[in-house]
Every structure is written in structure tokens, then in C-alpha cells.
Design a protein around this ligand. Structure first.
Ligand SMILES: [Zn+2]
Length: 375
């Protein structure tokens, strides 16, 4: 599993690259966007639909699946792939982010973290070792170290102590890993402090992982800080290993981060926004509930080739949304995911053709014009 990542093309002007990441459940092309399937389901879609839209890898969540139905239950079904009938690669998040966001319901120590379930208040304990065990039971192809996702803003002292504990936990995760068919990724922490991020990246490189993630970004810090950290830290991660930016972002965020050398993304935006009636288009996003779409016979995006845009009008989608029809969730999710996967494909093409800078400027202009409309 050592040579699981191969770079095929590099952009001449930026740090972007196109590669392939090999797992026991198949290869994916990077940059890749992972739709979020927290509870072993990309909400409202079948695995076949996710794949048809262009999904190559999905993300599931260890914290949620540990609570319901239980990682041992999933294991007894033959693991996540069989349980959810998705035969492609899967990545599970360790649950660090979810546990840490249970503010006031958790207590961190060197051993691990004691927390209360968001469902029934019952008490649980995650250690680096148990987080790996849970993810081994779930059986995803890529699993994540238990880390502390540091909130924003917090003091430098807090971030420093937390980051160093995350490094010690990462070492324990690697030492406790038993399965040979899973790739364990380390997670870089350190908040908005460049030197702490660099210290973390260096320490994780020494432990040596087959891939590295950048965590705790887009947690409330100013956008300038987000991209300062990305531009400073991604180059510190080994160039021959995949780099994963956790939990973000907007279409422009993806394009920007890819140009800094990021290979993997996950984000709830396309799917969650879909369920809330926000649809992405090549001219900016729209709120389908708006009255102006009442009699609109156009597709969501005339430039989109997805099933939804080929077959349904804005007026119909608005009607489904305002009546809370179940089909609304499905169609909106299909369109938004298709949009995200199309961006990724467009970016891959631009990297090969050497036109990524031009594409990035187009996305910047698109977002700026959207802000003007919103204001
Ligand atoms: Zn569409």
C-alpha cells in the first residue's frame, strides 16, 4: 500500500496536480470531492445515483455510526461497503470533529475524550486506540486519526497544548492500527498559527502517514487566515502523498485550495444547501423558493447537463420545495452534486491544459458578482 498515490499531471503555474489514489476498493482520480454520507447514506440518493453523478468516493462518520447502529453491527454486516451497498472507496472521519463540537458535553485528557451522546446524553469514551478500532470495524478504505478540532477563537497556549496532544494521539493511532487494507491519514492542527501548524506538519511527517489532512479550518476564522494557513501548510506536507482539506468549502474554495496543492475535499454544502433549496448555477446560486421562479419554465442552469436540468423547470422545483415534497430533496441534491463534480472535472482538465489560473479568475469573478447581487 506504499505506492498508493501517483501524480499524473502538475500545473506549471500553481501547486495543483492531478493524480490517482489507489485503495482496495478501487482507484479515484484526484482532485476529488467526497459527498458527505454521515450515516452511511448520501441523503436521499442511492449509491448508484451518487456514482452516476460522478461520485468516486464517499465520506461517512465514525462518531455517528458508532452511536447508531454501532460499529460492531456494521462490522457484522460485512463492513460499510456491504452495509450501504457502495463498492467504491469510502473515507471515515474519526469523530474528532463531532465530539469536539459537543461543547460542554465533553472532557479531554491525555487518554482521550469523555463525551455525552447528542442523542440520549449517554456517556462514552473515545481514545486514539478506540477511534481506530471503531474505524477498523466500519472498514472504510481511508481512516482518520483522532484529533482535537480546535475552535476559533482560542488562545495560542490552548492551541499549542491541543496540537501537541493531537500529535501524540496520532502516534498512538498509528501504533494501534491492525488492518493492512486501510490507509490511516494524520491531521494537521495548530489553528491560525503558522509556526504551530508547521510544527505539527513536521511531527506528523516523522510519524509517517500515507496521507495528510488539514483540519480545523473554516471554523469561524477570517477567510484571509484560512487561505494563509492553506498556502503556508500544504507545501509542508509531502508532495508524493495525498493532501486532504477537511470540511470545506464553496466552489471557489475548492479551486483556490486545489491551486495550493490540495487533492481531497469533503463538504456538506452541496447536499445540505440542496435540502434547503439553495441551488448552484454557473451564474451564481439561487434560492428556488423565491416567488420569481413560480412561472419560470427554464431549467435551474441552462448550462448544466444533469438529469434535473434536462427534465425539470425551476417552476416545478419551486413547487416541490414549497410543498416539502420528498422529490425536492432528491432532485436538488442531484443537481448540486453534479455541479460540484463538474467543477472538479473542469479543474482537472484545466490542470492538464495549463489553464487553471484563468479558471480561478473566472470563479473569483463569479463569486464577486454573486456578493454584489446579495448586497
Ligand atoms: Zn443541473
Amino acid at each position: 500500500m506504499n505506492r498508493c498515490f501517483e501524480i499524473k499531471y502538475k500545473d506549471k503555474h500553481t501547486c495543483a496536480r492531478v493524480g490517482t489514489l489507489e485503495t482496495v476498493h478501487g482507484k479515484i482520480t484526484t482532485p476529488a470531492f467526497m459527498p458527505v454520507g454521515t450515516l452511511a447514506s448520501v441523503k436521499s440518493l442511492t449509491p448508484e445515483e451518487v456514482a452516476e453523478l460522478g461520485g468516486e468516493i464517499v465520506l461517512a462518520n465514525a462518531y455517528h455510526l458508532y452511536l447508531r447502529p454501532g460499529d460492531e453491527v456494521v462490522r457484522d454486516f460485512g463492513g460499510l461497503h456491504r452495509f450501504m451497498n457502495w463498492n467504491g472507496p469510502i473515507l471515515t472521519d474519526s469523530g474528532g470533529f463531532q465530539v469536539m463540537s459537543l461543547a460542554g458535553r465533553r472532557k479531554i485528557s491525555e487518554d482521550g475524550v469523555v463525551f455525552r451522546s447528542h442523542i440520549d446524553g449517554s456517556e462514552h469514551f473515545f481514545s486514539p486506540e478506540s477511534a481506530v478500532r471503531i474505524q477498523e470495524n466500519l472498514g472504510a478504505d481511508i481512516i482518520m486519526c483522532l484529533d482535537e478540532c480546535t475552535p476559533y477563537p482560542v488562545s495560542r497556549e490552548y492551541v499549542e497544548e491541543s496540537m501537541r496532544r493531537t500529535v501524540r494521539w496520532a502516534k498512538r493511532c498509528k501504533e494501534s492500527k491492525r488492518r493492512e487494507d486501510q490507509l490511516l491519514f494524520g491531521i494537521v492542527q495548530g489553528g491560525v498559527f503558522t509556526d504551530l501548524r508547521k510544527e505539527c506538519a513536521t511531527a506528523l511527517r516523522e510519524i509517517d502517514f500515507p496521507g495528510y489532512a488539514v483540519g480545523s479550518l473554516s471554523v469561524g476564522e477570517p477567510k484571509e487566515d484560512t487561505f494563509r494557513v492553506i498556502s503556508e501548510i500544504v507545501p509542508e506536507l509531502p508532495g508524493n502523498k495525498p493532501r486532504y482539506l477537511m470540511g470545506m468549502g464553496t466552489p471557489l474554495d475548492l479551486v483556490e485550495a486545489i491551486s495550493h496543492g490540495v487533492d481531497l475535499f469533503d463538504c456538506v454544502l452541496p447536499t445540505r444547501n440542496a435540502r434547503n433549496g439553495m441551488l448552484y448555477t454557473s451564474k451564481g446560486s439561487i434560492q428556488i423558493k423565491n416567488h420569481k421562479y413560480f412561472r419560470d419554465k427554464n431549467p435551474v442552469d441552462p448550462e448544466c447537463s444533469c438529469y434535473v436540468c434536462r427534465n425539470f423547470t425551476r417552476g416545478y422545483l419551486r413547487h416541490l420545495y414549497v410543498n416539502r415534497e420528498l422529490l425536492s430533496y432528491r432532485l436538488n441534491t442531484m443537481h448540486n452534486l453534479h455541479y460540484y463534480f463538474s467543477i472538479i472535472k473542469e479543474v482537472r482538465r484545466a490542470i492538464k491544459d495549463g489553464t487553471l489560473e484563468k479558471l480561478r479568475k473566472e470563479f473569483q469573478m463569479r463569486e464577486e458578482s454573486e456578493k454584489k447581487v446579495a448586497n
